[in-house]
Design a protein around this ligand. Structure first.
Ligand SMILES: Nc1nc2c(c(=O)[nH]1)N[C@H]1C(S)=C(S)[C@@H](COP(=O)(O)OP(=O)(O)OC[C@H]3O[C@@H](n4cnc5c(=O)[nH]c(N)nc54)[C@H](O)[C@@H]3O)O[C@H]1N2
Ligand SMILES: Nc1nc2c(c(=O)[nH]1)N[C@H]1C(S)=C(S)[C@@H](COP(=O)(O)OP(=O)(O)OC[C@H]3O[C@@H](n4cnc5c(=O)[nH]c(N)nc54)[C@H](O)[C@@H]3O)O[C@H]1N2
Ligand SMILES: [Mo]
Length: 803
């Protein structure tokens, strides 16, 4: 989230699109209700009439996978009806930037596409530059090649009738949404967009998120109280896990993981340190060398020296895609020997789970660290297989649950809160930290004894978290924050600061690229300082009244509660909305008041020291037009890979950059219905956590599928019937739930039915049932690889699998 949970109370209009907070983030709903109590409007955009929809002022039904059309239409509405926040757009976004002559868009395709490789040449989308290397701009936004005009032209095609023919939304509902939401383009109104899996789980998921950001920028809604682009993060601490680099393409703190041709630290820094010629751009990623060096010092300690490139050689280099889908593909081909699954259940959670279960059987060994026996740990005795034919050796490590261990946890609003163990771990179960610590120590000892092809990345690791039975979680947290490795004097403006070797670094602006600082995750620098563990703070004072609670826990970066907050003020530093100021420039004291500003510099208007507000981009301006998305600078509507409809906007049916596997089918005679998967309050994820608890099992005991009254009638299905649902991947059996919450979509004049289902079931635990993911396709987003779980084609028949 750019903002945070409590900030929802400051919104005038809340647009929940592709998320169902009432069921999946129930605590957040308290803040939505607070906003509603103060007169805010809630809009729910969802294929199903959900519990969130039931509390909304406006509900708009949308066909799965068509959010770019929906959001693009809203952008068009705002642009055509002069509802944008013009000053914000002109000053803070790249609307005024002029794009290179080469850029072009024709009938669904951007320029420079390689049909063989299915990739675009991203360089063809660059900005046009002036003689001194700065981007060319037209502050009047009239130049036909400026981003504003290109954008206006692009979304002109997204008129209300076309949009509704694509999304299946009723025109009157769509117009209500457009009017209410685009009304937040005024300086004194705040609109927030909440999104989650209905937006991301798509072959154009990242472009869906971009569309959300574009609309928010046009309306001047980023950086302000009650605004923002707000992803409702899923599992507790999923925010923390991405912050710490759990994904293959990033290291802790969103540093890029090295690519194969980043041959040494110099080459890495060259590639990943953006440059700018504009003195008004803070270009914060310009600090990359400091953060990567401090990270290497955290990992390799005294072994990391300037002479040996701080052990950069020990980092793995990537030359392809190592996302979940690719790992499973490799596993299926027998190319992986072993797999460690810590708190993960791929036999149920991943797409095409029939294939995933087979793939697990190709492993020599599998380790699961979990609270429960899961479908993954007993995949070898799943229904329909002969355990004797599966050779995989499975080790189950009992893990301690969240309430049995101490440590930090980061919520969607980037607040990192310290928690204490409430009870001792049950039986022989151990914390994940303990398990990893043991793994590491033992593997290190093995490499030290036996050597190997390249043992140094392991043997040279600096690994010391105390001598107790449990590793010391405070030592880990202090290392993440970072400390000085030698005595230092730092001059910061008018202050001279003295630090001793071993002192905690107070904030990331003091991190260095010469080995004199250690920091395990630069964005968390400031979380554990000489003043102690900031994450454990519990002071409930709220001086601004906006719910920022600056002394409650700690939030990255530098305890800034609303990021990009310099965009909440005009170029002179005055809040756009004086009633809800996040920050304001005090010209007498020459400093910002309110939230921690996005950098200490004076307002942008200041000729000498002023800076643009979007400090993480080299050009300092929010990108209405992106330079680095694999599938285009503007989000463009494409159909999901399996779709009942032809793309109405161009001849390009689905995302051209996505490679499509064999086992997908858009044969609507075989698979006439749109299938979609989602969560229910009573169950959690792949189900290990809830299908073993008798109380929850009693509430929702069976795998079910939901269908409309019209489809039920057509198929002769009644409530409680056994039904069989089939896709190109496989079939499942479930109990029918006939409901008026699901309605067919009007797709270009033809009614298309939907079949909805949870994905929480499997063959382990107390409540057993077929898994929704037997049906879903292994095809993912062009930029992230997240699978298209929300839109596929299926058939439904009365009777179980035997039918
Ligand atoms: N009780 C409970 N709570 C949970 C979880 C759980 O399993 N159980 N899981 C947690 C996790 S890890 C996550 S990631 C979050 C996910 O939270 P959400 O994203 O809210 O979860 P979903 O129910 O998967 O999807 C949200 C909504 O998107 C709708 N949808 C489907 N396709 C589309 C589409 O194309 N466009 C739009 N606009 N909407 C669409 C679905 O009908 C659904 O109502 O929930 C977290 N909270
Ligand atoms: N069809 C479909 N599939 C989906 C989705 C969807 O919307 N539709 N959503 C996707 C999403 S958003 C997600 S996040 C994934 C989730 O997929 P998974 O992560 O595979 O599913 P979980 O059930 O959350 O698995 C977490 C496991 O961790 C264990 N666990 C809990 N606490 C701890 C702990 O402290 N330590 C350890 N070691 N283990 C612990 C639990 O018992 C559980 O078995 O599924 C994805 N799959
Ligand atoms: Mo998730």
């Amino acid at each position: 989230m750019t903002n945070h949970w409590i900030d929802l109370k400051n919104s005038d209009v809340i647009l929940a699109i592709g998320c169902n907070p009432a069921e999946n983030h129930p605590v957040s709903f308290k803040w939505i209700e607070k906003a509603l109590d103060s007169g805010a409007k809630l809009i729910a955009v969802d294929p199903r009439y959900t519990r969130t929809a039931s509390k909304s002022d406006i509900y708009a039904q949308i066909r799965p996978g068509t959010d770019i059309a929906f959001l693009g239409g809203l952008m068009n509405y705002a642009l055509q009806n002069n509802l944008i926040h013009e000053e914000y757009v002109r000053e803070y976004t790249n609307a005024t930037f002029i794009v290179s002559e080469q850029f072009d868009f024709q009938d669904g395709m951007f320029c420079a596409f390689d049909d063989q490789e299915k990739t675009y040449d991203l360089k063809s989308w660059a900005y046009a530059t002036t003689g001194d290397g700065k981007p060319k701009r037209d502050m009047g936004m009239k130049d036909p090649k400026c981003v504003y005009q290109l954008m206006k032209n692009h979304y002109k095609r997204y008129d209300v009738d076309t949009v509704c023919a694509i999304t299946g939304t009723k025109k009157e509902d769509y117009l209500k949404v457009a009017k209410a939401y685009c009304g937040t383009g005024r300086a004194d109104k705040a609109g927030t967009i909440l999104y989650a899996m209905g937006i991301t789980q798509s072959t154009h998921g990242s472009q869906n998120v971009r569309a959300v950001a574009l609309l928010q920028m046009l309306l001047g809604n980023i950086g302000i109280a009650g605004g923002g682009v707000n992803a409702l993060r899923g599992e507790s601490n999923v925010q923390g896990s991405t912050d710490y680099g759990l994904l293959f393409h990033i290291l802790p703190g969103y540093l890029k993981s090295p690519e194969f041709d980043n041959v040494d630290l110099k080459a890495y820094n060259e590639k990943w340190t953006p440059k700018t010629k504009d003195p008004k751009s803070a270009n914060w990623w310009g600090n990359t060398p400091k953060y990567i060096t401090s990270l290497l010092k955290a990992w390799y300690g005294e072994n990391a020296t300037k002479e040996n490139d701080f052990c950069y050689d020990y980092l793995p280099k990537r030359s392809g895609n190592y996302s979940y889908v690719k790992i499973m593909e490799k596993m299926g081909k027998g190319e992986l020997e072993g797999l460690v699954c810590m708190g993960m259940n791929p036999a149920v959670g991943g797409p095409d789970s029939g294939k995933a279960r087979e793939a697990l059987g190709k492993l020599k060994w599998l380790v699961t660290a979990d609270l429960w026996e899961t479908e993954s740990s007993i995949f070898w005795k799943r229904p329909g297989v002969d355990p004797k034919k599966i050779q995989t050796e499975v080790f189950m490590l009992p893990a301690a649950s969240s309430i049995e261990k101490e440590g930090s946890i980061s919520n969607s609003g980037r607040w990192t809160q310290w928690r204490y163990a409430a009870v001792h771990p049950l039986g022989d179960s151990r914390s994940d930290l303990h398990i990893i610590d043991e793994f590491c120590k033992r593997v290190k000892a093995l490499y030290a004894k036996e050597g190997g092809a390249f043992p140094e990345p392991i043997t040279k690791l600096s690994w010391n978290y105390g001598t107790g039975h449990e590793p010391d979680v405070h030592m880990v947290a202090k290392e993440i924050n970072g400390y000085f490795t030698k005595d230092m004097t730092i001059v910061d403006k008018d202050k001279t600061l003295e630090f001793k070797a071993g002192d905690q670094v107070p904030m990331f602006k003091y991190l260095q690229d010469d080995g004199s600082t250690v920091s395990g995750c630069w964005i968390y620098c400031g979380s554990y300082t000489k003043d102690g563990n900031q994450m454990a703070r519990r002071d409930a004072s709220d001086p601004t009244g906006l719910g920022l609670f600056p002394k409650w826990s700690w939030c990255w970066p530098v305890n800034r509660r609303i990021i990009y907050n310099r965009a909440s003020v005009n170029p002179a530093g005055e809040p756009f909305n004086p009633k809800r100021p996040v920050i304001a420039w005090d010209a007498l004291e020459k400093k910002w008041k309110g939230d921690v500003p996005d950098g200490p510099w004076p307002p942008m208007k200041d000729d000498k020291e002023g800076k643009y507000p979007f400090i993480m981009l080299p050009e300092g301006h929010g990108r209405l037009y992106a330079l680095d998305m694999k599938d285009g600078p503007f989000p463009e509507h494409y159909e999901p890979v399996e779709s009942p409809a032809k793309n109405l906007l161009s001849k390009v049916q689905s995302n051209p950059v996505v490679k499509v596997p064999k086992n997908v089918s858009s044969d609507t005679t075989k698979f006439p219905y749109v299938g979609t998967t989602y969560r229910v309050t009573e169950h959690w994820q792949a189900g290990a956590m809830t299908r073993s608890l008798p109380w929850l099992v009693e509430l929702v005991p069976d795998m079910f599928v939901e269908l409309s009254e019209t489809l039920a009638k057509q198929k002769g299905i009644v409530q409680g019937d056994k039904v069989k649902v089939t896709t190109e991947r496989g079939s499942i059996e479930a109990v029918a739930l006939v409901t008026s919450r699901l309605k067919p979509f009007n797709v270009q004049g033809k009614m298309v039915e939907q079949v909805g289902m949870p994905w929480h079931f499997g063959y382990a635990g107390l409540a057993k049932g077929d898994s929704g993911n037997v049906l879903t396709p292994t095809v993912g987003c062009a930029n992230t690889g997240i699978p298209e779980f929300k839109a596929f084609l299926c058939n439904i028949e009365k009777g179980g699998k035997g039918a």
